[in-house]
Write a protein that binds this ligand. Structure first.
Ligand code: T1G
Length: 695
């Protein structure tokens, strides 16, 4: 129907069965509403309207999902007719009942199509949502106006400003869908359409929205703005949803469209669209496309601590056969309790059913000693962060594991080549660096040594896809990508303390920048003792000319390891973070020892110095080919270290800020902070040539 796709395939076809016809959208991979789909849908609806033999119609999609939204790739282009709001208005205005049959995901424009239908049936596993704010946009085809008409203002504000999808059972409770399919989705949708023939049409747009009292509305908007941490779309989306209570549908849609078009050409949306495609592009590593991954179903985890148990949950959630081992029954019991606790909490919050919990718990076995791992396809160690301990463990695993088993380490800093060298099979050794909590955090750094086989790296990528994680492949260096950049960013933050800032000022400046938490608050959460151990390990090899701030050492010597000891960079009373004058005194005393006169330091200076430190270290990582692409760094920083996604990551943003001012900042620091802070060659050459990270 309508226009064919560039490949000449017609993505929409009308099957004019009577009395209920079927409109099928078939535009792989996710049935996005490309121009051809929009034109096809409009033509099909017009045909339904004009064909007397057709009394109702079902809109359904081929493939694994309903429409997953507008075609994001089209956003950079000039919009072409028909525009989605017009197609959707035509669906709602159809003189015959239109029923949506939803499988997989109905997201963005797909959800808006469903909202304009006169009824909706979904498979139990389906999900619906308006995630546009995650792309720096607002729904642009009626979502902010029709959703509140179906589910009320409160629920609509939550769904539109968070962008979170809801599973079909919750959608039914909210009134977003009318029925859960009992099995044959299309048959169930056709049955419902049949029932609606001759009934008054239930147009969502005709429904009234109960207003929210002004005080509640402004409290809600303030909360949304706070949570957005600098992202502009959620606030605008909230405004539009609230207007649905006072404006007729078409007036509300006109304002919505205006806002949508304004945001579509915004920096933030460009950054978030970059982030969307970057987190998919990292899965594709040049040179590995044709490498077959090894088959992995049985996974062994050595160590049942916080990381080990989190990794076990991630694998159990993805349907793997998991076995955790420890050195003692007691340690094993503690790990088992951790795993159980996580799942019990998920049941309590309604995230999973108790049946799913029991299934997942059954997938995880426990044993003392590594001998029970001899049948595993993959073994991941998450034991104490000590090189000798890990080398001894890998030597022992090497002796019992069959050929072809992959040996992975979850180390966050150590040289994996040295761990691999303790085995007779360094080609089978790789780093799988998870982030805490491992069953929640999306990022995995896949660290390959010079010896790691290509199919082992390919297996890591395939595993990440099954775990629904975002993998970034990198080579060995101290701290890999994320922790290496983090330690530079932390050092610069500590230099700022010596020069005049205080921990809460640095944290406030970086939280205003968009980080969920500043570096000092993060240290207190993670525990200061971990990095203290690392600093002590590195002390013998540290360059004496490099500027070193010892405030954190003095906090640790005083037993202030952070939240877990009730004090670190801050004091914690009743779990609340309090500025501590004892720390202020320690910081001021450090300035004196350095012979520095403390000065007022602005949030701008704090933000630009931290950004310069991050960008410079990122350039060194690219210069050394630790990773090959700027997007690898951006994805690590956004998904592992809280770099605001609406900035697109440090290198995407550096292109916008300009490399000259960043280089100037780096040069100024190099003069003061000594070795390790010299400008990266890649930064100097790009700044000189004007070359961008993303041409
Ligand atoms: N447009 C273009 N390409 C898309 C796409 C989209 N909306 N969604 C996915 N793809 C590509 C993706 O890049 C990948 O390509 C392939 O499809 C498979 O995706 C007017 C303005 C649906 C949950 O934000 O959340 O509607 O890498 O690897 O893990 O109001 O894709 O293979 O080349 O992610 O199974 C709103 C975005 C748009 C949903 C499937 N919609 N998509 O996840 O596969 S704005 C969204 C997703 C909008 C209207 C507004 C997920 C998914 P490639 P995948 P998956």
């Amino acid at each position: 129907m309508g226009a064919a796709s560039p490949e000449g395939i017609d993505p929409v076809r009308l099957i004019p069965t009577s009395p209920v016809a079927l409109i099928e959208i078939d535009n792989p991979p996710v049935n996005a509403t490309s121009q051809a789909v929009r034109a096809g849908l409009l033509a099909a609806i017009r045909e339904v309207d004009n064909n007397p033999r057709i009394e109702a119609v079902v809109i359904a999609c081929a493939g694994k999902t309903f429409v997953a939204g507008a075609d994001i790739r089209e956003f950079g282009q000039v919009p072409r007719e028909p525009h989605l709001p017009d197609v959707i208005n035509a669906i709602e205005a159809c003189s015959k009942p239109v029923v949506a049959a939803i499988q997989g995901t109905a997201l963005g424009g797909g959800c808006e199509i469903a909202l304009a239908c006169h009824a909706r049936v979904a498979e139990a596993g389906a999900s619906l949502g308006l995630p546009e704010v995650k792309l720096g946009l607002v729904p642009g085809a009626g979502g902010t106006q029709r959703l509140p008409r179906l589910v009320g203002l409160d629920a609509a504000l939550d769904l539109v400003t968070s962008g979170r999808p809801v599973k079909a059972p919750e959608a039914l409770r909210l009134g977003l869908i009318d029925r859960l399919s009992s099995g044959d989705l299309r048959q169930d949708a056709i049955a419902l359409a049949q029932e609606l023939i001759g009934q008054p049409l239930r147009r969502t747009g005709d429904r009234i929205v109960t207003p929210m009292d002004a005080e509640a509305a402004s409290a809600k908007t303030a909360e949304i703005r706070k949570k957005a941490r600098g992202a502009e779309a959620p606030d605008k989306a909230a405004e539009l949803v609230l207007q649905a209570a006072n404006l007729p549908l078409q007036d509300g849609m006109a304002r919505e469209r205006e806002t949508f078009l304004e945001l579509r050409s915004s920096e933030q949306s460009a950054a978030l669209r970059h982030a969307f495609f970057a987190e998919r592009e990292v899965m594709r590593l040049p040179g590995l496309d044709s490498v077959e991954p090894r088959s992995v179903q049985k996974v062994g985890i050595v160590g049942a601590g916080t990381m080990g148990s989190g990794i076990a949950i991630a694998f159990a959630d993805a349907g793997f056969d998991v076995r955790i081992v420890e050195t003692s029954e007691q340690a094993l019991g503690a790990g088992q309790a951790r795993v159980r606790d996580v799942y019990d909490k998920q049941v309590a919050s309604g995230r999973i059913t108790s049946a799913v919990r029991d299934e997942r718990l059954k997938a995880i076995g426990y044993a003392v000693g590594i001998s029970s791992l001899s049948d595993r396809d993959l073994v991941i160690e998450a034991v104490f962060e000590d090189l000798d301990v890990k080398r001894a463990l890998f030597r022992d695993l090497d002796a019992i594991l069959p050929p072809g088993t992959i040996l992975a380490t979850n180390t966050s800093y150590l040289d994996i080549s040295l761990i691999a060298a303790a085995t007779s099979r360094p080609a089978d050794v790789v780093g799988l660096h998870f982030f805490s909590p491992a069953h929640v955090m999306k990022l995995i750094e896949i660290v390959r040594t010079g010896a790691t086989a290509a199919d082992v790296v390919a297996t890591g990528l395939a595993l990440a896809k099954r775990l629904r994680k975002i993998p970034v492949v990198c080579r060995v260096c101290d701290g890999f990508v994320g922790n290496r950049i983090l330690s530079r960013y932390r050092q610069q933050a500590e230099y700022l303390l010596e020069e005049g800032a205080l921990p809460h000022e640095v944290d406030a400046a970086l939280e205003a920048f968009g980080f969920p938490m500043g570096p000092f608050a993060v240290s207190d959460l993670a525990g200061l003792d971990i990095n203290w151990a690392r600093r002590k390990r590195l002390a013998p090899t540290r360059d004496p000319r490099e500027r070193y701030v010892d405030i954190a050492d003095r906090l640790c010597e005083a037993g202030r390891f952070g939240r877990k000891t009730g004090a670190g960079w801050y004091r914690y009373e009743g779990g609340k973070r309090e500025v501590d004058s004892a720390v202020t005194a320690l910081v001021e005393e450090a300035s004196q020892r350095r012979g520095l006169t403390r000065r007022a330091i602005s949030a701008d200076e704090i933000q630009s110095r931290i950004r310069a430190a991050i960008v410079n270290e990122a350039c060194k990582i690219l210069d050394e080919h630790i990773v090959e692409r700027p997007l690898d760094v951006d994805v690590v920083m956004m998904h592992g270290y809280g770099y605001p996604a609406w900035r697109g990551g440090p290198l995407f943003e550096a292109d916008r800020v300009g490399l000259q001012p960043i280089l100037a900042q780096v040069r100024e620091r190099a003069a003061q902070d000594g070795p390790g802070w010299e400008p990266a060659e890649g930064l100097v050459s790009r700044a000189a040539s004007g070359a961008k990270f993303y041409p």
